[in-house]
Design a protein around this ligand. Sequence first.
Ligand code: A2P
Ligand code: MG
Ligand code: MG
Ligand code: MG
Length: 331
Amino acid sequence: MALAARPVVLELLAASINVARRAGGIIRDVLSSGELRTVDKVRRRLPSLPTVTAVTAVTTTTAAAAGKADRRAQHCIIESLRRRWPALAIIGEEGAIGGSEHDVVAEVLDAADQGVIDAILTERSGGCPSTLQKATLDQISVWVDPLDGTKEFTEGFPENVTVLIGIAINGTPEAGVIHQPFFKAANSVTGRTIWAAHGLGVHGTEVKWRNVARDGRIVATTRSHPSPAIERALAAAQPASIVRIGGAGNKIVHILDGDFDAYLFPSPGTSKWDTCAGEAILRAAGGHLTDQSGASYDYSAKAELANARGVVASLSDHAFYLSCTKPPAQL
Ligand SMILES: Nc1ncnc2c1ncn2[C@@H]1O[C@H](COP(=O)(O)O)[C@@H](O)[C@H]1OP(=O)(O)O
Ligand SMILES: [Mg+2]
Ligand SMILES: [Mg+2]
Ligand SMILES: [Mg+2]
């Protein structure tokens, strides 16, 4: 049953699911056609089995290929959305770039995606959450990271790569899409798209909460941007194990999948496009993504781009993880 007038933010969400998937296909194409080099075997920890490391050969690609994938994926996302909503505030990591018409999605609204959202709304008692119903285009800002986990993309860990599209209403992340171009599903389909909206729940994965009391804490952080503050916070968390993997979106997905409990990054380095989508999805699951003091970031179109006060993300126990990032008491 088509809704009378779909809220613009839900049309935008359905379109974002579609273009994120298309951008993922572009990234896979660039990797498969890029300059690939197979480097020596590397030992890496498996997130689901933190005490086990696997030795695998990895295929790397060049920074030029990563740049090309970044630019093409961003052009696909931003140009496709802008054709439908020319006045929409969209901020992309790669800045103002051109691109080929070939990468633009002519019809951004995929009927199937829109149908899934319509069905959720129809089944939801009370209909559409008023935050989503009332939002007007001028209140919306969209933050796009076309390829998160760039370093890992070039160093042979493509499974860390995600496409991130975050949708904020009056500066608060209310809907988001995280697409994993290299996710291998059980039915060997490549790619997975996780999305959520305020009050409509999380879709594309079944959110799992770990039993910390029984199994101990598993905490994740950066693989490629370490700092002493991060090491202090990890020590303070006294985790059963630590996972060091790339990508902001990737770490949010692993929290939702129940692979670990928190993402601790009490350092500058990430930007609004790294966290807007993940924050919206975590919030829809009942979790939190804040700065290291527990304050929310502002995602309105004119907000500062940098997450200057770090990132702490969790499904539960957020106050505990914030306490781990406190600087050592002044001696
Ligand atoms: N110092 C930094 N300089 C540039 N980007 C950073 C930095 N630290 C983090 N990022 C961005 O935040 C993401 C999460 O960080 P990490 O992977 O280290 O956990 C990175 O994938 C990268 O996004 P991107 O790859 O889109 O440039
Ligand atoms: Mg990023
Ligand atoms: Mg990026
Ligand atoms: Mg970057």
